[in-house]
Design a protein around this ligand. Structure first.
Ligand SMILES: NC(=O)c1ccc[n+]([C@@H]2O[C@H](COP(=O)([O-])OP(=O)(O)OC[C@H]3O[C@@H](n4cnc5c(N)ncnc54)[C@H](O)[C@@H]3O)[C@@H](O)[C@H]2O)c1
Ligand SMILES: [Zn+2]
Length: 377
């Protein structure tokens, strides 16, 4: 059995002005920067006009942890909203999803509308059934995967992303590319998730570099915002793969931003999946198909797959993303000390389950070692 669904209503270029008059008590989840910089007025101005009451919960930090979610659950249960607005990058959106998910264990939240307003173009969390929460003590990132986490509405307004600094544009842009690639080769991919992922990857090719170099180019910003959302639709249905399983393990231990961890690992994971160092696997053919989409086709499957891996590598260079875990500043002794636990966490990660090539702990250890020193075939 295979299925595909998009539950979230997607509004582009705004939309809050039409939703706000129907809202009465709104719980806004955001991070400290979005709140202190005044950017949250994008939401509160409309709520003020509509006369709605609201409370701002701005305690979310990058990679939201269990303690923040617990604090959020206490606050939401006390405030009793009829709507939640998640405003920010993937961190506030994931935190808001987890807060509603756990609050629903104590109180009926089914009538509480969930509106996601992304301000980065990366995670696709505004349309995905995923929320990633970190346990800092165990140094593990847990992806919750539930239909009940799907937002009711996503507002895609690229104007909000014009202030995203180039390094965050790079990290989040590589995250989009990784989502699309992993969705296209996932064991649970189907024609419908492929359609969303293919469009996403074409938009990334067209707009990512411009969005990075010209932050205020709104055509490029909207292109990347749509690409991020389309990749979210794709992977929410198809699942992801080993790259995300390893990125969660690496990011949780060494505090590397999510998209950057994906970008560092991507060429090494693709090389493993394609069997570039030994015998080509059937995944190489699927990478060759993606290369064709990007106009990188060559006469042989090996060369086409390699061209796609080189494109991932080129992105890493162009966006000044570290080319290896070592270059990212991870000390060798600390890396070695954490390696075994990271491989186990990556193997157990829910994202790894849909990787197109079955993998063992030994395989993951090898990919991590190659990604540490920067060794590609
Ligand atoms: N739920 C999912 O489907 C999914 C998918 C991938 C990743 N994730 C998770 O999402 C999180 C990463 O999200 P992210 O990459 O969007 O980063 P983020 O939300 O942590 O934001 C990164 C930084 O950018 C800043 N920022 C956000 N919007 C801005 C703007 N408009 N202008 C200026 N600065 C801005 C934030 O304040 C923060 O400092 C990770 O925890 C990751 O595990 C979730
Ligand atoms: Zn991701």
């Amino acid at each position: 059995m295979n299925s595909f669904s998009v539950r979230t209503r997607i509004m582009t270029g705004g939309g809050l002005e039409t939703l706000a008059p129907k809202l009465h008590r709104v719980f806004i989840v955001t991070d400290g920067f979005m709140s202190s910089s005044g950017k949250v007025s994008y939401i509160t101005d409309e709520l003020d006009k509509a006369g709605a009451e609201y409370r701002i919960f701005d305690k979310v930090k990058a990679d939201p942890d269990i303690a923040t979610v617990t604090k959020g659950v206490d606050t939401i249960l006390e405030f009793k909203p009829d709507a939640v607005i998640a405003f920010g990058g993937g961190s506030p959106i994931d935190a808001a999803k987890a807060i509603v998910f756990f609050a629903a264990k104590a109180c009926d939240m089914r009538d509480c509308q969930f509106i996601a307003v992304p301000t980065t173009s990366g995670t696709g969390s505004e349309v995905s059934r995923f929320a990633v929460i970190t346990d800092p003590e165990k140094e593990v990132k847990y992806p919750l995967v539930e239909d009940s986490l799907l937002p009711d509405v996503a507002i895609l307004d690229a104007v909000l992303t014009a202030s995203v600094p180039p390094s965050v544009t790079a990290d989040t842009g590589i995250d989009v590319f990784t989502h699309a690639v992993e969705a296209l080769v996932s064991t649970a991919a189907n024609d419908f998730s492929d359609a969303a992922a293919e469009k996403s990857i074409k938009l990334v090719r067209k707009h990512l570099l411009t969005a990075y170099r010209e932050p205020e180019n709104m055509e490029a910003r909207q292109g990347m915002h749509n690409a991020s959302c389309l990749a979210g639709i794709a992977f929410s249905n198809s699942g992801l793969g080993l790259n995300h399983g390893m990125a969660h393990a690496l990011g949780a231990r060494f505090h590397i931003p999510h998209g950057r961890a994906n970008g560092i690992l991507l060429p090494y994971v693709m090389s493993f999946n394609a069997g570039c160092a030994e015998t080509l696997t059937p995944v190489a053919k699927r990478y060759a198909k993606i290369a064709r989409l990007l106009g990188l086709e060559s006469s042989s499957v090996r060369q086409s797959a390699l061209n796609l891996i080189r494109t991932a590598r080129k992105y890493v260079e162009q966006f000044h993303i570290p080319s290896s875990i070592q270059v990212a500043g991870v000390n060798k002794e600390e890396f070695e000390a954490e390696l075994d636990a990271m491989a186990e966490a990556a193997l157990a990660d829910r994202c790894t389950a849909t990787n197109p090539k079955p993998c063992t702990k030994e395989d993951i250890l090898q990919v991590f070692r190659k990604a540490y020193i920067g060794k590609l075939p």
